[in-house]
Design a protein around this ligand. Sequence first.
Ligand code: PMP
Length: 400
Amino acid sequence: CKDILDSRRREKSASPEAQSDAPAARSGPPAIVEGIQGCIGNTPLFEIKSLSDATGCEILAKAEFLNGAGQSSKDRVALSMIELAEEQGILTPYSGDTIYEGTSGSTGISLASLARAKGYLAHICMPSDQAIEKSDLLLKLGAIVDRVPPAPIVEKENFVNRARALATAHTASTTVAVPETEGDLVEPSDRMARGRGFFADQFENEANWRAHFGGSGPEIYIQCNGKIDAFVAGAGTGGTISGVARYLKPLLPDITVVLADPQGSGLYNRVRYGVMFDVKEREGTRRRRQVDTIVEGIGINRVTANFEAGKELVDDAVRVTDAQALAMAKWLVEKDGIFVGSSSAVNCFAAVKTAQKLGPGHRIVTMLSDSGSRHLSRFWKKAGNVGGAVDTKLTDVLNA
Ligand code: PMP
């Protein structure tokens, strides 16, 4: 495997451009942009060398943690949803309108940051089992935060349903009770002066996949000069995988699109067997199996509008256990100094599995959605520290 890669790297360095005396053309630093919104998108794509060496494929990762507002891929989506609502006249900058959202954290952080930049208030509902640093950050950004007990989507108290209900109540009345939070509470008298309530609705709002269709997808295509054999991504709302797949598939019909799915998510079965439930093959029956995961941001048990938008384009799925995600996260630090969150570790694990399935010589692109610093109190607490003199083998990660 290593030989194939080394010879490819030699070819690259022996190319006419590399041999020329002229300095290589560089695009230079980006021009001055307007506001924090201008720091979203155009993220670097880089090779994860340790994974390339170990698989004989070229494993490329998009550094989405470098998006400038909320430091995750969700910046693209938050901006896209806000801009669409502004175009439709649902939101008006500096009017005091409030953006409501149900989120595992990342989308809320992006919305809260952009809300500040554009003169809105943000009210974020998130499950109480997500890493505490995400809700702390939301409070620092001046958002109202409701941490609600985890509940299935069919229940009223589910974080998404709660955000929707609050937005509806806000718009319908100026006298609804303000929930108890540690956030920037707005006194009832001030509510009269507040604008409308807008439910961003990242799961169903198609501005989500369109942000990746118009952003991540074309960026990846250009960065790869149109040479990509597989794209691998998890799905929290489905926006990333649908948007990128919808952009790339018509241009590259042979590309393999792979869903990276954490334990406990129903999408793996949906992609592989057409059903959301676990299949008990021997008895030929289906059953729901509730499995928890420490991975945050990806894995769902329903087909959202954003997953629906691209689900026919998803060719395969890889299921990743928590142990495998933890082992991969530590590998990325140990070998490459890359410190990522749990969903990125799942993506990289699935990228390796895809490389093994396709065989050496292929180029696989995946997403590093956010940084490990968002996951210190939960995922990385469980992972522990990376030892100084360890030499982990990829088989240890695959068999974790
Ligand atoms: N990684 C993280 C950390 C996320 O928060 C999310 C979104 N919930 C994703 C990945 C998945 O992205 P998408 O919603 O586009 O499926």
